[in-house]
Write a new protein. Structure first.
Length: 246
C-alpha cells in the first residue's frame, strides 16, 4: 500500500501518517525501487492503534508509551484489542443515539427545554418548573436553569440523578422561593429579608440537601452569579437544613 492508501484505509490523512513517522510512533516502511514507501498489514494495524488511542484522549507521548508496551505481542492480540476498542465505541454511540432519540421525541412534541439538549431528569424538572403558576418570568429562575443545565453536563450520572430528584422536591414551592430571592437582587446581605428567604428555601429542601458548600470552582461560579443577599440566603438555607437534619 502507498501512503495515501493506508491513510484512507485507517481513516487518517497522509499528513498525519508523516507526522507519526516524525514522532517515532510509526516506523518508516521500506521503500520500493521507485522511492515510494510500501506499507503492509502490520503498518495498518499499528496506524489504526495510534488513531484509536488518540481518539480515546491520550497525548501522542502517551500513545508512544502504550505502543512501546505492545512490542513483541502477537498480531492477533493487537487485533483483538482493537476490536474491543471498536465494540466500546459502538456501545457509546448506541447510548448517545438512544438519548438523542428521546430528546428528538420531546422536541417533536414541543417539550424540549430551550436550554436543551439536556438529560431526561433535567427535562422533567424543567417541565415541572414550567407548569402553570411556575416561575416562568423570574430572573432567579432563569439563573437556576442555566446552573442546572451546566450541572447536567459536568456532574457524574449518579450524582446528577440524585441532585435532580432533590430539586424536583422543591418544584411545588418554586414560585414562592424565586419570588423571595428575586426580592433580594438589590438588598444588602444583612437585610432581614435574607433570613425570611432562607427559611422559605430551607422548608422546601429535604434533609439530604443540608451539606457543607465546597469552596471549589463550581460553587464559586454559582454563588458569584448571585447578588450578595441572594448568596447569603442560599448559604443560610443550606446551614438551616444541615442543622435540622442533625
Amino acid at each position: 500500500m502507498r501512503i495515501g492508501e493506508i491513510a484512507a484505509l485507517v481513516g487518517v490523512t497522509p499528513r498525519a501518517v508523516r507526522h507519526y513517522h516524525r514522532m517515532g510512533l510509526l516506523p518508516e516502511p521500506a521503500r520500493r525501487a521507485n522511492g515510494y514507501r510500501e506499507y503492509g498489514i502490520r503498518d495498518a494495524v499499528l496506524l489504526a492503534r495510534i488513531r484509536r488511542l488518540a481518539e480515546l484522549g491520550l497525548g501522542l507521548d502517551e500513545v508512544g508509551d502504550v505502543i512501546a508496551d505492545d512490542e513483541g505481542r502477537e498480531l492477533v492480540e493487537v487485533l483483538e484489542e482493537l476490536d474491543a476498542d471498536l465494540e466500546r465505541q459502538e456501545r457509546v454511540v448506541r447510548e448517545r443515539r438512544a438519548r438523542l432519540a428521546e430528546l428528538l421525541a420531546r422536541a417533536r412534541e414541543g417539550r424540549l427545554a430551550a436550554e436543551g439538549p439536556v438529560s431526561p431528569e433535567l427535562a422533567a424538572l424543567l417541565a415541572d418548573l414550567g407548569e402553570p403558576g411556575g416561575p416562568a418570568d423570574s430572573p432567579m429562575a432563569a439563573k437556576d436553569r442555566e446552573i442546572l443545565t451546566l450541572l447536567d453536563t459536568v456532574v457524574p450520572e449518579e450524582e446528577r440523578a440524585r441532585l435532580m430528584e432533590l430539586m424536583r422536591g422543591t418544584a411545588g414551592h418554586a414560585s414562592a422561593i424565586y419570588a423571595r430571592l428575586d426580592a433580594l437582587a438589590d438588598a444588602a446581605p444583612d437585610d432581614p429579608l435574607v433570613a425570611e428567604a432562607a427559611a422559605v428555601l430551607a422548608a422546601a429542601l429535604p434533609d439530604e440537601a443540608g451539606v457543607e458548600v465546597p469552596e471549589d470552582g463550581l460553587a464559586e461560579m454559582f454563588f458569584g452569579d448571585l447578588a450578595p443577599a441572594q448568596s447569603a440566603a442560599v448559604r443560610l438555607a443550606l446551614r438551616l437544613v444541615a442543622e435540622r437534619a442533625r
